[in-house]
Every structure is written in structure tokens, then in C-alpha cells.
Design a protein around this ligand. Structure first.
Ligand code: ADP
Ligand code: MG
Length: 348
């Protein structure tokens, strides 16, 4: 970033900047009738239902520009919203992006941010249809809203898991958290000695999980193909513990999950080992994995059991039984604030 030209945003002004950022955008979805350029966008979803979701990201709270490149930030800001749309069993079609920028950001810096935003739009076939641009006195604020479609009655909620359903996750968990730990460690080293080269080798996967997460439309498609409608679903943004608790609380059920079934990548385990922490903690409490957590009727087990991207980690039980994690040694831990403290005590 330092070697690039740094054109002050004031050279273009607000309208000039918006034009500069959005000028080349081509709309690709039939439901987008009017995109950027008028007072509002116009959408036509015909006979489909719409889902709408929004996220607000604040510099210093949700991201640290010391180690997050702006292009990655733009990409991730979009992907996390799309992930919420997929978690409704819906398909995202449009996004709006609103930004507040301080004068430390040049036109080139905002270009980087939008390169990431546009890349995500391309990859997930969504149209950027509007937003708002304003100034901020401190750092960068970015808000993305995603709009998507789902067939009538096909939306999947958090409140409909049933006793005996299987609990499934896509991909592997805890990687994004371990990637963050690595970036923070290297950032601390850098603060002490800016000449030291960051030690990131061998950890490309967990870094990517943190810096460039992907949503899971492939899982939604795979489930459709297998003719499985999940009984409940949520995306894993806050960690398995907390997100599974949302499903259980809202569905008024309990759960039993098994430590040994929780999918962990080799790099997640290796870096956890390096930091002397239990990788399970990263999976349970880390968050930002943007995998899908869902429940399916036990009768659908045969349909998914050979899918390498889906792991059954446990099952739903009666509410009275509570939320439980069965450890590798066979003991049962209550999956809540205490569960986490207990684990933490164990590793100390
Ligand atoms: P208004 O005064 O009606 O809010 P603006 O001048 O803010 O209009 O925006 C003009 C057009 O550019 C609108 O279509 C708006 O949605 C779009 N727009 C503004 N800021 C952004 C942005 N940061 N990213 C994408 N589109 C934007
Ligand atoms: Mg405006």
C-alpha cells in the first residue's frame, strides 16, 4: 500500500468517488431491474420470497488494518453477509455497501477495498446495487446488506430442530480463529521489531480462513441435490458453542455433540499445539469459520454419510438433557459458558 500513489479522496469529491468506484459495474441478475444511479434500486422477485440481512464492521472493533489488507476486508465483508443468506437456505442476488472513511484513506486504498467487494460479487454472482458514502473522523466503517431469494416456504430457520435429528457441520472448524492468533502474534512481533519478517510459513490455510473466508453455496446445492431439507440451520460466525446454542434455545431442544467428531484441519491443530491451547476451544468458541451448522432427520443419514464436506457431530435430544459435549475420554461437559471455562481450566 505504501508504494502506491495516494490520491486524496477530496480530489474526486463524494460523487466523483462513487462514480469512480461503481462506473464499470454490470448487473447480472434478472431480479435486478435498476442498480446504482438513482435514488433507490428496483428489484423484481416475482413469486419468490426475499431474505434481507445486514452487517456493520468498524475498524478497531471488527478488523485491524495493521494486518488485514483492504482487498481482503472488502471480500470478507461481502462473504459474511452472503453466508447469512445461505444459512436461510436462500440464494443471494444483490448487495448494498455503505462506507464511512476518514482522510487517512486515499482513492487507491478505497479502490483496493472495492476490488475485494467486486471480486466477491463476481464469485458469488451478486449485483452491487447501491450504498452510501460518507466521512468518518476516526477509522473505516463498512456496512453490507445482502438480499436474496428463496422459494415459497423453503426458508430454513433456527427454531425448527427436532429431537433425534442429526447435527451436521460443513468443512472444518477453528481455522479462522487460529489464523487470527497467528496474525496477532506476528503483529506483536512487528510492533517490537518492524524489520523482523513475519513467520507465516506452513500456515497458509488458517491465514486464508481468517483473511479470505468463503461462504458455502456448494453445501446448499448439495443438500438440494440429495433432496434433504435441513430442519434447522445457522452459519458459524460466533463459534460452534454459541451458534449451536442458538439452534437449541430457539428450537427448545437439547443436544449431544462428540469432541472426536468435530472436524479440525491439520494446520489448526498444529498451530494450537504451538500455542499450547486445545484446538477444540478454537472450534467451539473461535468463530468466523462461516461454515454451515444444520440439523437433518436421522432418516437422511445415508444420503450424507459419504459426503466429505459434511460431518455429523452429534444429535438433538430433549431440552431437559441440556447441551452436552462428550469428550474423547467419555466425560460429559455442559456446552455453555461453564463448558468453555471448564475446558480453559483443563488446559491451564
Ligand atoms: P442519495 O443522495 O440519493 O443517497 P448518493 O449520491 O449517496 O445518493 O448515491 C448515488 C448512487 O450511488 C445511489 O444509487 C447509491 O445507492 C450509490 N452509492 C452511493 N455510495 C455507494 C457506495 N459506497 N457503494 C456503492 N454504491 C453507492
Ligand atoms: Mg447517499
Amino acid at each position: 500500500m505504501d508504494n502506491k500513489k495516494a490520491t486524496p479522496v477530496s480530489n474526486l469529491g463524494e460523487f466523483g468517488l462513487i462514480h469512480h468506484l461503481t462506473d464499470q459495474i454490470q448487473l447480472k441478475n434478472a431480479s435486478t431491474l435498476k442498480g446504482i444511479g438513482d435514488d433507490a434500486a428496483v428489484l423484481d422477485y416475482k413469486n419468490k420470497q426475499q431474505v434481507v440481512t445486514t452487517d456493520l464492521l468498524v475498524e478497531g472493533i471488527h478488523f485491524n488494518l495493521m494486518y488485514v489488507p483492504l482487498k481482503h476486508l472488502g471480500y470478507k465483508a461481502v462473504v459474511v453477509n452472503l453466508s447469512d443468506v445461505y444459512a436461510m437456505n436462500a440464494t443471494p442476488k444483490q448487495i448494498t455497501v455503505s462506507i464511512a472513511i476518514s482522510n487517512k484513506f486515499s482513492v487507491e486504498a478505497i479502490d483496493d477495498l472495492y476490488d475485494g467487494i467486486k471480486l466477491a460479487c463476481e464469485k458469488y454472482s451478486v449485483d452491487l446495487i447501491g450504498g452510501d458514502t460518507t466521512s468518518s473522523v476516526t477509522g473505516l466503517v463498512i456496512s453490507v446488506t445482502a438480499i436474496g431469494e428463496v422459494e415459497d416456504g423453503k426458508a430454513v430457520y433456527r427454531n425448527s430442530a427436532k429431537v433425534n435429528d442429526l447435527i451436521c457441520v460443513s468443512g472444518d472448524l477453528g481455522g479462522a480463529y487460529m489464523g487470527l492468533q497467528l496474525l496477532e502474534r506476528e503483529n506483536e512481533v512487528y510492533k517490537v521489531n518492524p524489520n523482523e519478517q513475519p513467520q507465516l510459513e506452513g500456515y497458509d490455510y488458517i491465514l486464508e480462513r481468517q483473511l479470505k473466508p468463503e461462504a458455502r453455496p456448494d453445501i446448499i446445492k448439495a443438500l438440494q441435490k440429495l433432496e434433504i431439507t435441513p430442519t434447522s440451520m445457522i452459519d458459524l460466525s460466533d463459534g460452534l458453542s454459541s451458534d449451536l446454542m442458538h439452534i437449541c434455545t430457539q428450537s427448545k431442544v437439547g443436544c449431544m455433540i462428540y469432541e472426536e467428531k468435530i472436524p479440525l484441519d491439520y494446520q489448526t491443530k498444529r498451530f494450537a499445539d504451538e500455542l499450547s491451547i486445545n484446538p477444540l476451544v478454537a472450534a467451539l468458541n473461535g468463530g468466523e469459520d462461516y461454515e454451515l451448522l444444520f440439523t437433518i432427520p436421522i432418516t437422511d443419514h445415508d444420503k450424507i454419510k459419504n459426503d466429505p464436506d459434511i460431518t455429523v457431530i452429534g444429535h438433538i435430544c430433549e431440552a431437559e438433557k441440556g447441551l452436552n459435549l462428550v469428550t474423547g475420554l467419555g466425560s460429559m461437559i455442559e456446552l455453555q459458558a461453564q463448558g468453555w471455562n471448564h475446558l480453559k481450566k483443563e488446559e491451564e
